[in-house]
Design a protein around this ligand. Sequence first.
Ligand code: ATP
Ligand code: MG
Length: 426
Amino acid sequence: MFSRSRRNLARWFTLSMGSILVIFTGILYFLEAKDQMSAFDQELYQTSRIMAAAVEDEIYQNRRHITLEDVPVLGGEALPVESKLVFARWYTPERQLLQFIGPIPPEQLENASGFETIQAREYPSLNLSADLQLRQLTLPVFQEGQLIGYLQVATSLEPIETTLWSLRLFSMIGVPTALGAISLAGWFLGGIAMQPIRESYERLKRFTADASHELRAPIAAILNNAQFGLLEPIDHHEQHIRLENVVEIAESMGTLVSQLLFLARGEGQIAPEALQLIDLVSLLQKLAEKYTHQAQTKNLTFTCELPEQPVLLKMNPDLIVQAVSNLLSNACRYTPSGGSVQLQAFPQSHWMIIQVKDSGIGIPETDLPHIFERFYRVDNVRSRETGGFGLGLAIAKQIAQAHGGQMTATSNPGQGSTFQIKLPLA
Ligand code: ATP
Ligand code: MG
């Protein structure tokens, strides 16, 4: 699925970037060709103007009409393009041929004035390549407002053809190479773009698998108990125990399902309008009373150090109670009899810290980075005995983050652990 999406991403990227590249190269080529042609035409026009002016001067100075003698000397060596001219022709105002250099032209001028591109193969006597194109200019020449004849010149388009051919060659090699590079970049970028999606998909898959796995065990237990209860002959006492088991397991399943729903629902922060201004100290005091009792039953020493003054914080009290309860119940659960559990709250720069410290079994260094992951248990056997799902810390962390806070843990295996929830003060 991900490879296909990645391929599609790369394909679309290549297609879109490739089209842009091809269109851009096409436009550049067209503009360059147009530029070259207009510069070429300009030069041809200048040449023919100089040629025409020479004739005009000759006729003007001698105060006579143009004769055949005037024409062959036109321009001479001074002309820049003249040497490259394929032909030059003079026609009378009546469009009759007067004189020419180059191949034999038609007697009558038929072209309209202006530029024209013609094929070299029309003039086999020139011995030019048949594919070559010529640029021809037919220029009416006026003297003192009076038409004195037509000058027609032509020159080979070879220099432009050569330049444009190099440009085409460059594009023919450059564009496919660039397309190859683009598709490689597309594949690479597609991989980068797919990475977070792949990761969250993997997380979701693992979460779903873990959740189903966790639910399968209690369902099997309920079924087992229920089937036993249906057995004949009925032992009322045994049946009672079985039903109690079913109730207990169903309750624990209910807790699991609501925990899963909480985790699935809440990503991101709680909306500010959903937060209330609550005194954290009194909230924690109530919680401490509950856990003092629980710690006593496990023979643990429970101490509580809270600020003397009320600390008003914007929070959802139920969620904060749940997060701290998860930490306290872990501390009681993972601290052997005779140990100690401590609940503290104190300000630190612009944070309010809620700290739960115990002298319990601790968490190995390799497990510490993972304990906030859903369904992660340091030791499955040990946790199974103590009845955990591995969701308490994930939930506590999600609650802290939803309040714009953070959650951290430090631990020394065999000596104890310290968990901190940091909530923003202002
Ligand atoms: P749940 O809280 O869902 O009932 P749980 O306690 O196993 O189950 P978490 O609270 O998420 O799950 O804790 C994850 C794991 O981290 C626990 O299984 C336990 O191994 C370890 N752990 C958590 N708190 C402590 C602690 N105070 N001391 C030692 N280990 C701890
Ligand atoms: Mg727990």
